[in-house]
Every structure is written in structure tokens, then in C-alpha cells.
Write a protein that binds this ligand. Structure first.
Ligand code: HEM
Length: 424
């Protein structure tokens, strides 16, 4: 059998997504390993260089690298948009990882000039993927509302990263104009909400119906969550930077989540028959449900901080539930569903169009996905409690669990890739 040119153009790249994912697992394991070896590292207050190094291992290393790698799978398979990895994409991947290593080391040594210079490599890499993605979206037959989320997500990460570059150079050469703490908080919200959350919401509109399965949502209303999230995120970042009231903008972000959840309710109400090969519970999807629970908790904590009173304990809880409980865990769940699909299409390409004997729904190992789900289910609340209560033993236990999970996740990824080659 041979593959038509049109179909071949919509096959995901065989290697590049896995390279991003492999690096992402190393970064997550390293972040967890550092906390396991030195559970006193976080201390009472989050804002210090070594903690920020750990934060970027998670936010850049785990979350952003996973998003970039996943984009090479999601674009062709879920957006119907050719996105073959070319030489520039391979170079971008190398640039992303060298820059991330440089940034993390720079933070670790509190050498902000190093952070600034290294961040240029990260920004260049993201810009290459972003330009290709935004160009491709114009040609893809996707609802405008979904494309808007993706385009804004890329624009936001470039904005947040450029702001981070200026902050780092400002600190490195002692020319900071804004309060460094306020600037860091503004940058963090722009990156986490504008990039991580915007991307998760946008791709969910295509992936949730694919995974369930259900009918694809359409219509202009899909744009609401993008518009509200963008306005709310920019408003929060500006208000944090200029020490103005954050509350109205936080409410706009809440409205964005309401718009998103309304769409998800619509998707759930228009189900299609479940594939016969998909047996038992799908723990990766359950992990995305757990992540959604953390979204609700993080929003509640954020509103509490804004409307009532803030304290270091509340900020720890807000940061861990928002970044680790919601965004990082959502990435784990989505990756758990994307990997079998990727492995199946990779095998299809290798067999030149002959469908692989083993169904994509039979590639994941239920015991591994359950272990990953349970480990995160215990580790996230434990880490939150350990940071709030300043308990090194609890922090070390949570970190040990996350380290174990990252090892199981990486092993499972390799197993899925190999499994697609085995008989039915
Ligand atoms: C090129 C990309 C990036 C650069 C140059 C950068 C730079 C920075 C800098 C300079 C700080 C403040 C450090 C300090 O004042 O000591 C910071 C903090 C932070 N960044 Fe980034 N960053 C980047 C990407 C990201 C991304 C993609 C995310 C999230 C998805 C993120 C999340 C955070 C968080 C959560 C903090 C900590 C804020 C706090 O502790 O108050 N960063 N970053």
C-alpha cells in the first residue's frame, strides 16, 4: 500500500515530538529530584533564584516543551494542518533546549545576565514554531475561535518571554524600572494564563471531541473564551506590574472559564459511540478531570488572595495548584492520550499506509496510567501541604512521588512507541 500525498502531509513527524517529550520528562524529573534531595530549598517565600530555577524546569522544561512537542502531533491530526518537521524545526528544538538549560543554570547561580542571554535561544525557538503555526492556521479549515486561541497563546508566550528577557537583563545589569517582585508576578501570569491555559483551552475544543468521541463544536461562540482570557490576562499582568487592583480582571478570567466550561458541556451532550477497542477506564482522561478540579481550586484561591488577604501560605497553595495541579497535570493527561495516537500514525507511515495491526486504543498500559494518575493525585496535595506547613519531610515525599511518576511516564512513553510495532 502507498500513502497519498495529501494523507502523508497530515501525518505527524515521527521523531521531533518525542525529542521534546523526552527532554520534558528529564526536566520534570530534575525539578522533583532537586526538591527530594533538598526539601528545604523552597523555604518560606517562593521568590528566590533557586526556586525560580525549579519553577522554570516545570514551566519551560515540562509544560512549554510538552506543548511544543504536542503541537507537531495536534496540528496535523486535530487541526488538519500540515506541520512536517523541517531542518528549522530541528534547529529550533536544539535551540529551545540549550536555552532552557542556560536559563535554569543562570537562575540557579543567580546570574541574571546568563538568564537573559540564554533566553534569546528559547525565544528564537518559540518564534520559529509560532510563525509556522500562525501561517498554517490561516490555511487550516478550523473554526476561527479555535485558531484564535492558538495564535494568542503563541503571541503571549513571546510577549511573556520577552518581558522575562528584559527583567533578567534589568536585574543582571541593575537597571530594573519596576519592582522585580511585581514584574515577576506579571510575567508569570502572562505566561501561565496566556500561554499554558490559552493553549490547553484552544486544543481542548478539538481534542476533547476526538478523545470522547463527540461532535466537534463550531460557531463564533468558541472565540469568547479566547477574547475574555486575553483581556483578563493582560489586565492582571498590567495591574500586578503597576500595583493597581487586580479584581476586575480576575473576574474577566473567571468569565473566560465559564465560557469554556459551557462549550465543554455542549461537547459532552453531543457524544458519538465509543470505539469498541477502548476498554475500561481511561486514566489519562481522568487525569485531565483531576486537573480541571485544580483549576477550580486555583481560581478560588486566586480570588481569595485578590479579594480578601494574601499570605505566603496562600501564594504557595495558589502557585502549586495552578501550575502543577492544573496546567502540568493537564499536560500529563493530554500527553497520555496523544502518545498512542502518535505511535499508531508513526507505524502507519513506516508501513507506507497499511494500518498497524494493533489499535491505537490498545497501546497504553492501564496499570501505568493508573499509577501515574494516583501518584499525581497524592503528590500535588502533599506538596501543597508541605510548602504551606514548611515540612521538609512532606515536601521530600511529594517530590519523590513526582520523580517516580516522571520515570513511569518516560518508561510508558517508550513502551507505547515500541508497542505499535507488535502484533494485535
Ligand atoms: C524565554 C522565556 C522566559 C524568560 C526569559 C523568563 C524569565 C523570568 C524571570 C527573569 C523571572 C523573574 C526572576 C526574578 O526576578 O528573580 C521569571 C519568573 C517566573 N516565570 Fe519565567 N521566563 C520565561 C518563561 C516562562 C514560562 C513559559 C512560564 C510559565 C509557563 C514562566 C513562569 C514563571 C513563574 C511562575 C515565575 C515566578 C514568579 C514568582 O516567583 O513570583 N516563565 N521568569
Amino acid at each position: 500500500m502507498s500513502i497519498s500525498a495529501g494523507r502523508a502531509a497530515l501525518l505527524p513527524d515521527a521523531t521531533l515530538p518525542l525529542v521534546y517529550f523526552a527532554g520534558a520528562h528529564v526536566a520534570l524529573a530534575l525539578a522533583a529530584g532537586l526538591l527530594l534531595v533538598d526539601p528545604d530549598l523552597p523555604g518560606a517565600f517562593h521568590y528566590h533564584p533557586r526556586m525560580i530555577a525549579v519553577v522554570h524546569l516545570v514551566t519551560l522544561g515540562w509544560i512549554s516543551a510538552s506543548i511544543l512537542g504536542a503541537f507537531y502531533i495536534v496540528a496535523p491530526l486535530a487541526f488538519g494542518m500540515p506541520f512536517a518537521a523541517r531542518r528549522a524545526d530541528a534547529l529550533a528544538c536544539v535551540s529551545f533546549w540549550s536555552g532552557t538549560v542556560g536559563m535554569v543554570l543562570g537562575f540557579w547561580w543567580a546570574a541574571y545576565a546568563v538568564v537573559g542571554v540564554a533566553s534569546l535561544a528559547v525565544l528564537a525557538a518559540v518564534a520559529i514554531v509560532a510563525v509556522r503555526a500562525i501561517r498554517g492556521l490561516r490555511a487550516a479549515r478550523m473554526p476561527f475561535g479555535v485558531s484564535l486561541h492558538i495564535a494568542l497563546a503563541f503571541a503571549n508566550v513571546l510577549l511573556a518571554g520577552s518581558a522575562g528577557l528584559l527583567m533578567a537583563l534589568g536585574r543582571g545589569w541593575g537597571v530594573a524600572t519596576w519592582s522585580p517582585l511585581a514584574a515577576a508576578a506579571a510575567h508569570a501570569h502572562l505566561a501561565v494564563l496566556g500561554w499554558g491555559v490559552m493553549m490547553v483551552v484552544g486544543v481542548s475544543y478539538r481534542l476533547v471531541p476526538m478523545f470522547l468521541p463527540a461532535a466537534m463544536p463550531t460557531g463564533r461562540a468558541l472565540a469568547w473564551s479566547a477574547v475574555l482570557l486575553e483581556i483578563g490576562t493582560l489586565g492582571i499582568a498590567w495591574a500586578l506590574l503597576t500595583a493597581q487592583t487586580v479584581a476586575p480582571w480576575a473576574l474577566v478570567v473567571v468569565a473566560a472559564f465559564v465560557a469554556f466550561l459551557r462549550q465543554v458541556r455542549g461537547i459532552l451532550g453531543d457524544r458519538r459511540p465509543r470505539p469498541k477497542d477502548l476498554h475500561g477506564r481511561d486514566w489519562s482522561t481522568w487525569q485531565t478531570h483531576a486537573a480541571m478540579l485544580y483549576l477550580v481550586i486555583a481560581v478560588a484561591l486566586g480570588l481569595w488572595i485578590v479579594l480578601a488577604a494574601s499570605s505566603p501560605a496562600l501564594v504557595w497553595a495558589y502557585g502549586v495548584t495552578g501550575i502543577l495541579g492544573f496546567v502540568a497535570q493537564m499536560v500529563v493527561g493530554i500527553q497520555g492520550r496523544l502518545l498512542p495516537m502518535h505511535a499508531w500514525y508513526r507505524e502507519l507511515a513506516r508501513l507506507e499506509g497499511t494500518p498497524p495491526a494493533r489499535s491505537a486504543h490498545r497501546l497504553a498500559d492501564g496499570r501505568a496510567t493508573l499509577t501515574i494518575f494516583l501518584t499525581w493525585a497524592v503528590a500535588v496535595p502533599l506538596l501543597t501541604g508541605g510548602l504551606i506547613g514548611q515540612s521538609p519531610a512532606t515536601i521530600a515525599t511529594a517530590a519523590g512521588l513526582l520523580l517516580a511518576s516522571s520515570v513511569v511516564q518516560a518508561w510508558h512513553m517508550a513502551r507505547i512507541a515500541r508497542g505499535a510495532r507488535s502484533p494485535a
